[in-house]
Design a protein. Structure first.
Length: 344
């Protein structure tokens, strides 16, 4: 099923293993309360959060429960996709109005002719790193030469991140052995099935820490800023042009939600419990809190949240992904694909 799910969807699915433990979740169901009378004249907006409830989506839950959406005169329904639903299927069908998705997957879909536009930043940093055991002799990306590197498969943000790392180091995939291990980074590295894994700082690295496995993170590029864009808020140009105030309001409310997560992660996790039924034990709450604290480092630089997108990084990503054979269906005009015009 993950062959259909790129970047963020892979993160969320793997994150579910961390937070959910042995319990099960019910994807697809909306967990939002009945709208207040104060929202009678508000614009109704459905926000898609991909496949399962997860603390990484806490800003949306916070914005709903704290009334940040209502303050912006938008009546937001939070919708988690079904297990077999495409990331942009409901958005393009008009069943959702905005969705959180990674920039790389959005750009790929846009190149295939989908009417998508990124209107706001969700992650300020790309969340992918290479992870090795603490005592490994692998210190840099160049040290991966001749080694076995595990990742879910040749798709999604893990794969794009690895390709970017190899390119920056003057290497190709022929210099390493790529092992498709699914979402088993913890077990694969712990049992020496692979020499290194590609994972997310706010998921895989957290799992290693909770399991008391000592590891090190190696950035994809020396300065920590690969030519890739993490999670963003995506809509269709049709919806954005028809509802500019609603898009502005959702982005403003999400910014407030992210800021509360950064300032008070415990409160954000408490709110998330209403949406994620798996947060019902001390262990799962501890895992969710650790995940959110790691995610907060992606939300904000120096503790201050912004929704503004770095257009230079988008340009660099567009150029880089064009070098990956068969990835982009056609050239993408970034002037039509990315905008900060809806950010106050």
């Amino acid at each position: 099923m993950f062959s259909k799910r790129w970047g963020l969807s892979a993160l969320v699915a793997a994150g579910a293993l961390l937070v959910a433990g042995c319990t099960s979740s019910t994807p697809g169901a909306s967990e939002t309360p009945e709208p207040s009378e104060d929202l009678a004249d508000a614009t109704e907006v459905t926000l898609g959060l991909t496949y399962i409830p997860n603390v990484q989506f806490a800003p949306s839950y916070v914005a709903k429960e704290k009334g940040y959406f209502a303050d912006e005169n938008v009546d937001v329904e939070i919708r988690h996709h079904g297990a077999d639903e495409g990331l942009f299927t409901s958005l393009l069908a008009g069943e959702e109005d905005l969705v959180i998705a990674t920039g790389d997957e959005m750009l790929q879909a846009r190149s295939q002719g989908m009417d998508l536009i990124s209107v706001g930043q969700y992650y300020a940093k790309y969340p992918v790193v290479v992870i090795v055991k603490e005592d490994s002799d692998i210190k840099t990306i160049e040290d991966l030469k001749g080694k076995t590197v595990g990742l879910p498969g040749e798709f999604g943000s893990n794969w794009y991140g690895l390709l970017a790392a190899l390119s920056e180091a003057g290497m190709t995939r022929d210099d390493i052995t790529v092992s498709a291990i699914g979402f088993t980074q913890l077990a694969a590295l712990q049992t020496d099935k692979v020499d290194a894994v590609v994972g997310f700082t706010n998921n895989d690295s957290v799992q290693f820490a909770l399991a008391d496995v000592e590891v090190r993170e190696i950035p994809l590029v020396p300065d920590g800023n690969p030519p890739l864009v993490g999670a963003n808020v995506v809509t269709t140009s049709q919806f954005a042009h028809a509802n500019p105030e609603a898009v502005e309001g959702v982005l403003a409310a999400l910014r407030e939600g992210k800021q509360l997560c950064v300032d008070d992660p415990d409160a954000a996790v408490e709110i998330t419990k209403k949406y994620d039924p798996n947060l019902n034990t001390e262990q799962t709450v501890e895992a969710a809190t650790a995940t959110l604290k790691a995610t907060n480092e992606l939300f904000a630089d120096n503790g201050v949240v912004t929704m503004e997108q770095d257009l230079e990084v988008w340009k660099a990503m567009n150029e880089f992904l064009q070098t990956v054979d068969g990835l982009l269906g056609a050239s993408v005009d970034l002037n039509e694909a990315v905008t900060n015009d809806y950010i106050r």
